[in-house]
Design a protein around this ligand. Structure first.
Ligand SMILES: CC(C)(COP(=O)(O)OP(=O)(O)OC[C@H]1O[C@@H](n2cnc3c(N)ncnc32)[C@H](O)[C@@H]1OP(=O)(O)O)[C@@H](O)C(=O)NCCC(=O)NCCS
Length: 148
């Protein structure tokens, strides 16, 4: 059974491995700092002893922002990101956030569908927000969920 818990520095290696496989980049120093940050909440999905997904939310001054969420390809469509997102929403509410925002590449259909399933609304478009590996830019959707 998959369980979601808050990440610790001991989870860094496993998170970085997923990050590298999914996004093709590693941010070791930043990750360790982020996990220790009082406003960033990192969560990991654990199946037996293996980490099969993670997500992070920044909660501050009554607002929250989803910073990232990722599941390795071989574990997708098993509801893991949904469990992580559910936990991040629960935590944001517990920490008195009233609004939850995120940015997502307009071409990232799986992620957009995930957020739509959780009733996020599309409130704005940020043009040329992401620089893609091929050098081209891609727009970001800003999505919003009212937590009140
Ligand atoms: C987006 C991502 C986190 C989804 O993870 P996941 O564990 O497969 O998601 P879930 O199984 O919880 O799916 C929940 C819902 O999201 C939607 N969804 C997920 N993957 C989808 C896909 N490939 N196509 C269409 N809808 C999809 C569906 O509505 C799904 O519900 P359903 O399975 O009942 O139809 C995963 O695809 C991923 O890691 N992608 C790369 C990283 C990324 O883009 N992260 C988000 C931006 S930071």
């Amino acid at each position: 059974m998959i369980k979601i818990r808050q990440a610790t520095v001991a989870d860094c290696e496993a998170i970085l491995e997923i990050e590298k496989a999914v996004f093709g980049e590693e941010t070791e120093e930043t990750l360790e700092r982020a996990i220790k940050s009082p406003t960033f909440k990192y969560f990991v999905a654990v199946d037996e002893d293996a980490i099969v997904g993670y997500g992070a939310v920044n909660i501050m001054l009554g607002e929250a922002e989803i910073l990232t969420i990722a599941v390795p390809e071989e574990n997708r469509r098993n509801g893991i990101a949904s469990l992580v997102l559910e936990k991040m929403i629960e935590r944001a509410k517990k920490d008195k956030a009233e609004k939850l925002f995120l940015e997502v590449d307009i071409k990232n259909k799986p992620a957009i569908e995930l957020y739509r399933k959780f009733k996020f609304q599309e409130i704005a478009l940020r043009e040329n927000y992401y620089k893609r590996k091929d050098g081209n830019y891609s727009d970001a959707k800003i999505m919003f969920l009212n937590l009140e």
